[in-house]
Design a protein around this ligand. Sequence first.
Ligand SMILES: Nc1nc2c(ncn2[C@@H]2O[C@H](COP(=O)(O)OP(=O)(O)OP(=O)(O)O)[C@@H](O)[C@H]2O)c(=O)[nH]1
Ligand SMILES: [Mg+2]
Length: 284
Amino acid sequence: MNIQWFPGHMLETKNQLKSSIAKVDALLEVVDARLPLSSSNPFVDQIAKGKNRMKILNKSDIADPQETQAWLEYFNQDMNLPAAAICGTHLQETSHALESLVSQVNRNQARKAKVMVVGIPNTGKSTILNTLAGRKVAKTGNVPAVTRHQQRTSLKGNIDIYDTPGILWPVIEPRQRGLALAVSGAISDTAIDYHEIAYFAAQLLLERYPDCLVGRYPFLNPLPGGAQALIETVGKARGCLKKGGYVDFQKASQLIIRDLRSGRLGRISFETPKDIDVTHDTDH
Ligand SMILES: Nc1nc2c(ncn2[C@@H]2O[C@H](COP(=O)(O)OP(=O)(O)OP(=O)(O)O)[C@@H](O)[C@H]2O)c(=O)[nH]1
Ligand SMILES: [Mg+2]
């Protein structure tokens, strides 16, 4: 079964984007640096045709720096798509990315440059907007689908910037992509099974980031051989127990996911350019 989460406002946003795209000069596409390909919405490729565009790998402060570098090379060189990695609360990084995008816009300085911020939920679009504006103009939050309406803000440099609600697509396939998105926090908790996404996360951590696991959970000595054993050991050690002393897998799973999402497990990327073609299709 594939993950499905497509609340009504996303369809409405999609239609609004289609009709308002002609009015903007450039698109600032915000993806999650930990999974830059899985968090890229194929719909953006469709509406971006002929537009100035920049892919922003946000949350790079909690992504694996080596993988982020590999992704930047992939987008900038292999895909010929301007890309930058930033932390959304960092003024210099966000301003630099915006300036570089606006500099591509062919305009008379007297005319406003119109930039639209687009992407999937929870990638940090509104956070970036607040950083650029230097004040809280948009609501942000650590759950997906915080922004529900398009919002225009005027920035210095004669720039109008539009924040938009994050959008996904009706059925997220393949399953691996849905799981990576769920682990990142892009999909509502109501549409996911914590145990299943923790299993996926545990496999990733065991295979690619064993040192991060030991750093956060020093009691993992030796490292468990599989995902289920890892969740169970963490649950036992951290007191996630049910009556009778059995491990509460739901609680243990939530604990691991929280640690991973917050960066407490270290700087972790969920995918690398080497995974390409194995997990992606673009026909949505
Ligand atoms: N570590 C880290 N967290 C970030 C960064 N940018 C944003 N966040 C956090 O990510 C969460 C989502 O941020 P928002 O700005 O609300 O995301 P959004 O893309 O506007 O989300 P929607 O409105 O739901 O589409 C918040 O908890 C932010 O504090 C970043 O660069 N690094
Ligand atoms: Mg938002």
